[in-house]
Design a protein around this ligand. Structure first.
Ligand code: SAH
Length: 268
């Protein structure tokens, strides 16, 4: 029996662009993102996107909110992928608008795979990731020739069933190789992250917690690693927060703005 020829993918008439909306401040959109949003006929919006960026959209664009926060009711990922595929097959110019940069903890890897398998053209437009927005607001570098030779971006929220990050191993590596740790989605697991990291990092390692980075509602606190969870609780800080951990933040502490705890909100 002859093998059937493989099915040709359906003609890719439409396209999908994964666009980073940045951490919050709408002025941090790239020009390329503005152009992509303006050209879109369908826009699928994640929940950490500042909706004011939709001012760049065409009035005729169809806007679909597909937000999904950890632990909250959400649009299933499979549904979002199907929607992107079906809209692109109809010939729509689809923009998938994501907070920060689409390539950082945005599930873009899965989406790119699904779209390519369906024969759809995919483009990616970078955005400013939350940690970089947060660091800029603190006037602090991510690396430093004396304190931080590199950076490790890590999530505090693993997929169900996945044991997630080995924080102890990470702490040892961070100390030995002088790395700044940048933790996304770390609020819920903060106590465990703190306890485990203390196996390899000093108790007085500086930590900056930045909530709502780059937005008017931004709040930040600086503390030491042994007070991370306590500071989050006392200051009632909540997601979305980035945790920035490492000696590169010592400069902030030296400025004397901090000591035990908390910096004046929004006016560091
Ligand atoms: N792609 C995004 C990250 C998505 S994961 C990016 O590049 O920024 C969602 C996590 O990002 C949140 O739990 C939080 O840790 C972080 N985050 C997103 N926006 C933020 C903001 N404005 N301030 C602080 N953290 C933010």
């Amino acid at each position: 029996m002859m093998n059937k020829p493989p099915k040709r993918p359906a003609a890719a008439i439409g396209q999908v662009t994964l666009v980073g909306a940045g951490p919050g401040d709408p002025d941090l959109l790239t020009l390329k993102a503005v152009k992509a949003i303006a050209a879109a006929t369908v826009i699928l919006v994640d929940d950490l996107v500042n909706e004011t960026v939709l001012a760049h959209a065409s009035p005729s664009a169809r806007i679909v909110y597909v937000g999904k926060r950890g632990g909250c009711a959400s649009t299933p990922q499979a549904f979002i992928e199907k929607l992107m595929v079906s809209e692109a097959h109809k010939g729509e110019n689809v923009v998938r608008l994501k907070g920060g940069d689409p390539l950082v903890f945005g599930r873009s890897g899965e989406e790119i795979e699904a779209l390519q398998q369906a024969g759809i053209q995919v483009h990616v437009v970078n955005g400013i990731t939350a940690a970089l927005g947060a660091l800029a607001s603190l006037n602090t570098a991510l690396t430093h020739r004396d304190h931080a030779h590199g950076v490790l971006m890590v999530t505090g929220h693993a997929k169900p069933g996945d044991p997630g990050t080995d924080w102890r191993a990470l702490a040892h590596t961070a100390r030995q190789t002088k790395l700044t740790l940048v933790v996304y989605m770390g609020v819920a697991a903060a106590q465990r992250i703190q306890d485990e990291l203390l196996h390899g990092l000093a108790a007085d390692t500086p930590v900056a917690i930045v909530q709502d980075a780059t937005l008017p509602s931004q709040r930040q606190a600086l503390c030491t690693l042994d007070c991370l969870h306590q500071t989050l609780t006392e200051e009632r800080m909540a997601s979305p927060c980035v945790l920035l951990i490492g000696d590169v933040l010592r400069g902030l502490a030296r400025l004397g703005q901090v000591q035990e705890a908390v910096l004046a909100r929004g006016q560091m």
